[in-house]
Design a protein around this ligand. Structure first.
Ligand code: GLV
Ligand code: MN
Ligand code: MN
Ligand code: MN
Length: 399
């Protein structure tokens, strides 16, 4: 029987990013496909029956696929230059938890499935939790099909290349009905669990969050021949817009706003850009406040752009309101894990999307660095094992 750390060690070479550090495992890249293959092999070794549904979600069944099953799982894709745990910890812990349950001789009263969701991070096609959004119908399949990666490939084409039929994307009543309860184990992504206290927490809620794209348009021109006063430089506007994002969010308690991705077009050292794209991530517990923040940022961006002789447009790419996990399921998790603190999180998860449709809950495992979406994300081996044990305790009580 392998421990969680041994399972993670066996994939520690997959998708290493030698440029950014950490891991880059975008959905349906060679790295993510290798990890999906690793998962299928691990599931096979445990005698779990594996299927991939029409939205690209992998299901590994202990017991026959059935309505109302207990489902646990997470994702294997990563952000660019991400850590080793965001996603894979939940998948490896689910495999280890099945081993623990079998060792305990647990005889399940219902089937258990482990799921792997595609494009949880939205790092390739822009919309996070794409697999769970398709499964539940939270995204229009047409919108999903037409999402493009940085190379211009559509999600439909890339999915087709991976033996999926994008015409069959969308709400899957049968698959959804199979989820009686969903529990996702995840690395904690902030400083919610201190070094002294318990290593495991129960999730209570997910902060509302969304993504917007700002496109600043100016006049592309020559860096040497264009006098400073003659420029309409969208990079200069973008720099001020980023400051406005920071100031707007800093003035609003509990708000977080980030520009983590910026693309000048065409992107040459001796070229004044003609266009700049900024991707904006805004999060706040109240939907109305998030909407007001985005509106305020848009207004400031328009003023800044006009001052620089540029224009700006803002489009929403995705939005998920604040989610409170199922109260009854949360209580069951708390009862199974006495002493575990209850934590809210600012990070999005497939469990958050699923929570709008089926009872869902989360377990968090201590991250001593308090850093995530970065190579410094960390989980100690003992805490990872404690996490798998905690997941086993929770699943045993629910099976
Ligand atoms: C994903 O991890 C997110 O919270 O953006
Ligand atoms: Mn993440
Ligand atoms: Mn994650
Ligand atoms: Mn996430």
């Amino acid at each position: 029987m392998e421990t969680v750390s041994q399972l993670l060690e066996s994939i520690s070479d997959v998708g290493r990013d030698t440029v950014r550090g950490g891991y880059s495992r975008p959905v349906y890249s060679t790295a993510e496909l290798d990890l999906r293959g690793w998962f299928v092999e691990q599931a096979g070794r445990r005698g779990l029956e594996v299927e991939t549904d029409r939205n690209g979600i992998i299901w590994a069944w202990w017991g026959a696929p059935e309505k109302g099953a207990l489902v646990t799982g997470s994702h294997l894709d990563s952000v660019p230059g991400g850590g080793a745990f965001d996603g894979p910890l939940g998948v490896a812990s689910a495999l280890a938890a099945v081993d623990v349950l079998r060792q305990r001789g647990v005889q399940p009263n219902r089937s258990l499935a482990i799921t792997v969701f595609p494009e949880e991070e939205g790092s390739r096609f822009g919309v996070a939790c794409l697999g769970s959004r398709l499964l539940t119908g939270a995204i229009d399949p047409d919108k999903a099909r037409n999402l493009r990666d940085a190379d211009g490939n559509t999600f439909a084409d890339v999915s087709r290349g991976n033996a999926l039929d994008p015409e069959h994307f969308g709400r899957d009543e049968e698959a959804l009905a199979r989820i009686g309860d969903f529990v996702e184990l995840h690395v904690e992504q902030g400083r919610g669990l201190g070094e002294e206290g318990p290593a495991i927490a129960v999730g209570s809620s997910i902060l509302g969050h969304g993504r917007w794209k700002l496109t600043v348009s100016g006049q592309g021109n020559h860096a040497g021949t264009t006098l400073m006063q003659d420029r309409a430089d969208p990079m200069v506007a973008a720099a001020q817009i980023i400051l406005a994002v920071q100031k707007t969010a800093a003035a609003q308690p509990d708000a977080r706003a980030t520009v983590g991705r910026l693309e000048p077009i065409p992107g040459g050292t001796n070229v004044i850009a003609s266009r700049v794209q900024l991707w904006l991530d805004v999060r706040h517990p109240e939907d109305a406040v998030t909407a007001a923040l985005v509106e305020a940022i848009h207004g400031k961006a328009q003023k800044i752009a006009a001052f620089e002789g540029c224009s700006v447009t803002l489009t929403e790419e995705s939005y998920s309101g604040t989610v409170h996990f199922d109260a009854a399921l949360q209580r069951q998790l708390e009862n199974a894990l006495p002493g575990a603190p209850v934590l809210a999180t600012g990070a999005g998860h497939d469990a958050g999307v699923l929570a709008g449709y089926v009872p869902s809950g989360m377990i968090f495992v201590r991250n001593p660095t308090g850093i995530s979406h970065s190579p410094e994300e960390h989980v100690e081996d003992d805490d990872a094992d404690a996490g798998a044990g905690a997941l086993a305790d929770v699943l045993e009580g629910l099976l």
